[in-house]
Design a protein around this ligand. Sequence first.
Ligand code: MG
Length: 189
Amino acid sequence: MSQFRVGIGNDIHRLVEGRKLILGGVEIPYDRGLLGHSDGDSLTHAITDALLGAASLGDIGSHFSDKDPRWAGADSFVFLRHVRGLLEERGFEIANIDATILAERPKMAPHIPAMKARLAEAMEIEQSQINIKAKTNEGLDAIGCGDAIGAQAVALIAVADSIPAKLSVDEELEMIEEMILEFDKREVS
Ligand code: MG
């Protein structure tokens, strides 16, 4: 059985007037925002679903129903942090996340570093473990017409022990010395 598991996530929300545009936990200045029971953060929802998928834990709707008044207007980072906790409880670590935002407007590039920083902090991973891309839909379909913003994500997770610990050279030498001592003890007895 492989120690690594992969998950996929996909989400879309409609752009409407009178809502804040929030993607990857970052508020982006725009004349419209994403409609949803929560804050409508389609990028964070796609990543959350990818993590749930990798851990065989269903999907975001099965954990946070859009009928549940507790999640009305909720910050989607509440979902992401909760799912990160579920993975930790089951002994999983996040190896990496790759995501794509699908949006005709506004320009996403200036906001991607802030999204990476916020998402990495929420998942307690390094920024080098998350990649976010953005592309348009070339004027096609609802996203291409600027009526919606979608996102796709894949997540790779691993059983915690299968990711080699990052030890300093000194720590590694200390570990080897301890192993030799253990070995010597066994030789004597
Ligand atoms: Mg959603």
